[in-house]
Design a protein around this ligand. Structure first.
Ligand SMILES: C[S@@+](CC[C@H](N)C(=O)[O-])C[C@H]1O[C@@H](n2cnc3c(N)ncnc32)[C@H](O)[C@@H]1O
Length: 277
């Protein structure tokens, strides 16, 4: 525990105490040798430390997204459980977690390793086509319907998923997310937003040298593999969320563009208007 966390605990300040609790939980997740991890060879969701990235996002979900232990959570593009695993240590038994992903191996690993111990964590395959992740998918992303009833979730997130999608799929997801979120429910989404700093390119991560390849709002890091990393014009994602009936709450810029930040990709937060029941 850090000195700041310890002194916060001793001061007894409630919000600071919650912060300190979260730091303690994150530390214990990072050090827990009994939490399973997939074989590194089978991790298809990007480089970096699987456990550390999942734990980092748990903190962002709580601090920025207001995630609560009893929330009903939807993870779109759940991959191979990188976000789900730390959430098993945060969500309580009243909560639920549903993960959807097109990659059968990722869904199968999570269903075998997580669900038997945490039955309120469920994983399902969404056979949506994607040129990299699921080239033979039966469903078109832009026509996709989420397999859940209206107002089913309190918190929905997409981490490093909109960064691989074309604009019409982001629109389709926004409409579906607006449908399945309960009033007062929150959306947490990561993206690459092409603001002035990102366009200027100074200090930007060289892997993110996005170029426009067509007339749309999307930019691609590698025109030969456009869905390897996609950025959007500033305001595009916020506009799409608004058109879907969500209220964009804030955008937090990430360090990929060369600025100091607590996260790499940009984080967008939106809310469905109304009061939770
Ligand atoms: C970079 S990985 C991120 C995975 C996970 N969100 C994480 O942060 O660990 C991108 C994920 O998006 C999934 N994906 C690709 N196209 C998708 C789509 N149309 N709908 C939902 N998920 C999709 C991929 O299968 C992959 O698991």
């Amino acid at each position: 525990m850090t000195m700041a966390a310890l002194s916060a605990l001793l001061r007894g300040d409630v919000s600071v105490r919650e912060e300190a609790r979260l730091d303690i939980l994150a530390d214990s997740i990072r050090r827990n040798r009994f939490l399973p991890e997939p074989d590194p060879e089978s991790v298809f969701v990007g480089d970096g430390d699987y456990r550390a990235i999942g734990t980092e996002f748990l903190k962002h979900f709580v601090r920025l997204g207001g995630l609560k232990p009893s929330d009903r959570v939807l993870d779109i593009g759940s991959g191979i459980g990188r976000m789900a695993m730390p959430l098993t240590q945060f969500l309580d038994e009243e909560a639920s977690y549903d993960g959807l992903d097109p990659v059968a191996e990722g869904v199968a690993w999570c269903a075998e390793v997580i669900t038997p111990f945490y039955p309120n964590f469920r994983f399902a395959r969404l056979d949506v086509a994607h040129p990299i992740y699921n080239p033979k998918g039966r469903l078109k992303g832009a026509e996709m319907a989420l397999p859940f009833p209206d107002r089913r979730f309190d918190f929905c997130f997409l981490t490093s998923v909109a960064t691989h999608l074309p604009p019409d799929e982001v629109k389709a997801y926004a409409a579906e997310i607006a449908r399945v979120l309960a009033p007062g429910g929150r959306l947490f989404l990561t993206a690459f937003v092409m603001d002035d700093i990102a366009r200027a390119g100074e200090g930007r991560d060289p892997r993110c040298a996005f170029q426009r390849t067509a007339a749309g709002p999307d930019w691609h890091a590698d025109p030969a593999a456009p869905f390897g990393a996609v950025a959007f014009d500033e305001g595009f994602v916020e506009g799409v969320l608004q058109d879907a009936g969500l209220v964009a709450v804030r955008t937090r810029l990430g360090r990929w563009r060369g600025i100091e930040a607590a996260h790499y990709q940009d984080i967008l937060l939106a809310e469905k208007p109304g009061t939770a029941a």
